[in-house]
Ligand binder design. Structure first.
Ligand code: G4P
Length: 533
């Protein structure tokens, strides 16, 4: 029997996040190459939904097929088991990314040095901040004419609301990029464009006043580096590991993923400092990863691309104890015992049936419709993991059945697709009007396509103008009842039976808030995690 504590300490479960095009896919690939999980460059590229293919359904289907394989990429590196969870790059699938972030212990954030902090970067960081997820920042594309290093750090601190500490520092940038100076190891890695070498030879420079530095990078850049390092040491405190783990400070690396430059330093530091699987909150108590009894939750569900086989794959993050094959576990929401004969893990990009899995691991479970996103499995304890909220969608459409003979199919399809988290469903009375809410237009296309192809249902989607769907709560039952009565036409029920106020405009939302000071309005379905609106 494996030693649970040792297994936990070996695990590093994380995701790479970025604004599209900053270099997430390229960095992922380089990390996998280091970890021996892939042998050739270009293997991960196919994972991306190309912008040009935004409405190409076959492309979406193809993506669904391969994205099962890339959902989790596990590899061993320096005696650690690294679990890299994939997040979709396309902004229309941002909610998938948010949910995946609930299953990681830390993230690496990639920023393009030319573009700086972009919109999606800010949104993703907000999600990380909700859960105090530790962040390491990789400033990419240093071979391009980007912004000044200090300006980038200032921008990151200001826009992402986190303190930074550079770990490496670039020597010049763009066409004149010479390499990086490692501020803690006190060595220089020289950049050779296009070299793709796995390991740059680092040159130890203990004392920056050494003239060897001038010989290496030229007098002008050597002087600039001396000045920069003096400034860094004056302005930024040394990295405090605990501050990083508490998500107060983000170590920053500079490099070029495409040129495989600076990636090794990043990975080495990552496995050294990134958090091991830690405690998780449930509705009743905090669960420590080292507890003997198994627990875990589902953060992602993937439908089988073959419509003849309705089974799906539910991705479970192990939170505590040991998951064992063929052992009965309790599905808390359904109050049902289930065992899994073919759970699989994703080592080196192949699926292997596993006998056991440990905290931090992600396993794929065949599912015939038992699971919804957010479901908890335990050894019997009644508790539900928290932190897998639904966010208020940005687009809403009313769904109308076009084929009365296929009502059942449509209902089933809509239910299963919303269980998978492809979109959210809000039901309004009278008439059980179904409103689908999504983050992006592309999700509607996926739904429409899949309803037809997998369920044989045909439906019309009519846009409805809503500003936000707000979850409403109060401890005053009578006030809630009154509000629901008065706003009847604007109240819907979400998948868990919660009341949702469908606000048509910010003005109407503000008015409702003024009129009902005892009610709380929330932009996410899990209330204690988020700021009030
Ligand atoms: P993403 O997953 O974050 O969306 O980004 P991805 O890795 O696909 O990178 C986006 C583009 O940036 C790609 O070019 C990629 O080759 C390029 N890139 C990544 N890292 C670097 C770097 O360090 N330096 C430079 N100069 N470019 C970099 P593309 O032309 O859009 O795609 P492709 O045709 O190369 O696949």
């Amino acid at each position: 029997m494996a030693n649970l504590k040792e297994e936990i300490n070996k695990r590093r479960t994380f995701a790479i996040i970025s604004h599209p095009d900053a270099g997430k896919t390229t960095l992922t690939e380089k990390l996998l190459l280091f970890g021996g999980a892939i042998q050739t460059a270009g293997a991960v590229k196919s994972n991306k939904i190309k912008k040009t293919a935004a409405s190409d359904f076959m492309e979406i289907e193809r993506q669904r097929g391969i994205s099962v394989a890339t959902s989790v990429m596990s590899f061993e590196y320096r005696n650690k088991i690294v679990n890299l969870l994939d997040t979709p790059g396309h902004k229309d699938f941002a909610e998938d990314t948010y949910r995946t972030l609930t299953a990681v212990d830390s993230v690496i954030l990639v920023i393009d040095c030319v573009k700086g902090v972009e919109m999606q970067t800010e949104k993703l960081m907000e999600v990380c901040r909700m859960r105090d997820t530790p962040v390491i920042i990789f400033i990419n594309k240093m071979d391009r004419e980007g912004q000044d290093g200090f300006d980038l750090l200032d921008e990151i601190e200001a826009k992402l609301n986190i303190n930074v500490r550079p770990m490496t520092w670039p020597i010049n940038i763009g066409a004149e990029f010479k390499g990086v100076y490692n501020l803690t190891e006190k060595n220089i890695n020289l950049f050779e464009p296009g070299s793709q070498k796995d390991d740059q030879d680092s040159i130890q420079i203990e004392d920056l006043s050494d003239s060897a530095l001038d010989d290496l990078v030229g007098e002008r850049d050597a002087d600039q580096l001396r000045e920069d390092v003096e400034m860094i040491e004056g302005v930024y405190d040394p990295l405090d590991h605990q501050e990083y783990l508490d998500a107060n400070i983000a170590p920053v690396f500079f490099g070029s993923a495409l040129n495989n430059f600076g990636v090794r330093e990043l990975l080495n530091k990552f496995v050294e400092i990134a958090p091991v699987p830690g405690p998780r909150e449930t509705d009743t108590r905090t669960v420590e990863s080292g507890e003997d009894k198994f627990s875990g939750f589902i953060f992602k569900i993937h439908a089988n691309i073959d419509p003849k086989h309705r089974d799906r794959i539910a991705f479970l993050r192990v939170c505590s104890g040991t998951f064992e094959r063929n052992k009965f576990f309790k599905h808390v929401r359904l109050d049902k015992k289930i065992k899994f004969s073919n759970p699989y893990a994703f080592l080196a990009r192949s699926k292997n049936v596993v006998d056991e899995a440990f905290p931090g691991d992600v396993i794929g479970l065949y599912d015939t419709g038992n699971f919804k996103i957010g479901d908890t499995l335990t050894e019997g304890e009644e508790m539900l993991f928290q932190g897998i909220p639904s966010f208020s969608p940005e687009l809403f459409k009313e769904i109308t059945n076009l084929d009365p003979m296929k009502t059942k199919q449509l209902e089933k399809g809509v239910k299963q697709l919303t269980d998978e988290g492809v979109a959210q469903l809000f039901v309004k009375q009278p008439g059980s009007i179904k409103i689908i809410g999504t983050v992006g237009e592309l999700q509607f296309e996926v739904i429409q396509y899949r309803l037809k192809n997998e369920y044989g249902a045909s439906a019309r989607f009519d846009p409805v103008r809503y500003y936000k769907a707000c979850w409403i709560t109060t401890d005053k039952e009578a006030v809630l009842k009154d509000f629901v009565n008065r706003k009847k036409g604007h109240i819907a029920i979400d998948k868990d039976g919660n009341f949702v106020f469908m606000a048509e405009s910010k003005y109407l939302l503000d008015r409702a808030k003024d009129d009902y000071p005892d009610l709380e309005f929330h932009f996410t379905s899990e209330f204690k995690l988020q700021q009030e609106v």
